[in-house]
Design a protein around this ligand. Structure first.
Ligand SMILES: [Zn+2]
Ligand SMILES: [Zn+2]
Length: 247
């Protein structure tokens, strides 16, 4: 009686449902770090994702976590794909049951004392169009890896190339200087915001701490830059711990 339904259910077990993913206006597609401690969102140029990144491993630009290429879908993309798959399954089952009902009704004898018919209630579910998963807004900071040329985009900063895992010493140092400059340039904005919610005393304490942290940031950035440059020369012995700060 349910031949169509059983056949479609068996076919669904073997069927894979694909959903396209849109790139943003700059040609980047959204990615998200699969590490639950990180979940960093970034973008990667669509053509570089296809041509440079390898299926075996992609690196998180922020935390360096490595995972196969199929692990980097964003939560929004996964939700979109799940909704589409749900609608495809619904329409497939609905269509098969309606076909079974038509076949059943067609087999019933006419002019019989007792008649039976099958009816599937509700509005029919039509096969949904494959709507691509939408891209999020473009990110301003675009980076090209100096080693493999892969282009990716982030908000704030990132040091590690998602395609080859290369960690750029220069970029790390530049990002540290940008952070220090951003702290210094926005002290008044932070002061006004904290003063409005927590009072002027706390605002002053916070801003003083913010400015003082710039010196520590500078020393740490210089230390890391020196360590990275030294390591890139392939030294026989590794650099001692915090060598610059212990001079
Ligand atoms: Zn990460
Ligand atoms: Zn690279």
């Amino acid at each position: 009686m349910f031949d169509n339904l059983l056949r479609e259910l068996r076919a669904l077990e073997r069927r894979s449902i694909t959903v396209p993913i849109d790139s943003d206006e700059k040609g980047y597609i959204d990615k998200e770090c699969p590490s639950t401690n990180c979940e960093f969102q970034f973008k990667i140029k669509d053509e570089d994702w296809k041509n440079i990144c390898r299926d075996e491993g992609v690196w998180c630009p922020m935390c360096g976590h490595a995972a196969p290429a199929k692990s980097w879908f964003t939560k929004a993309q996964v939700r979109h794909a799940e909704r589409h798959a749900h609608r495809v399954i619904e329409s497939t089952i609905d269509g098969a049951m309606r076909a079974d009902a038509r076949a059943f009704n067609g087999r019933q004898p006419r002019n019989s004392l007792i008649s039976m018919s099958m009816k599937i209630g509700g509005a029919p579910h039509f096969t949904p169009h494959r709507v691509p998963a939408a891209a999020s807004a473009a990110m301003e900071l675009e980076i090209a890896c100096e080693k493999c040329t892969c282009r990716f985009a982030v908000i704030g900063s990132a040091y590690i190339c998602p395609a080859c895992g290369h960690s750029s010493v220069d970029r790390m140092f530049d990002d540290s200087l940008r952070k220090i400059r951003a702290k210094k340039d926005n002290v008044d904005v932070v002061r006004d915001a904290i003063a409005a919610s927590a009072g002027r005393d706390e605002a002053e304490l916070m801003c003083r701490s913010l400015i003082e942290s710039c010196l520590q940031d500078g020393v740490t950035a210089f230390q890391r830059c020196c360590e990275g440059l030294y390591a890139s020369t392939g030294p026989a012995t590794p650099a001692p711990m915090n060598a610059f700060q212990r001079l």
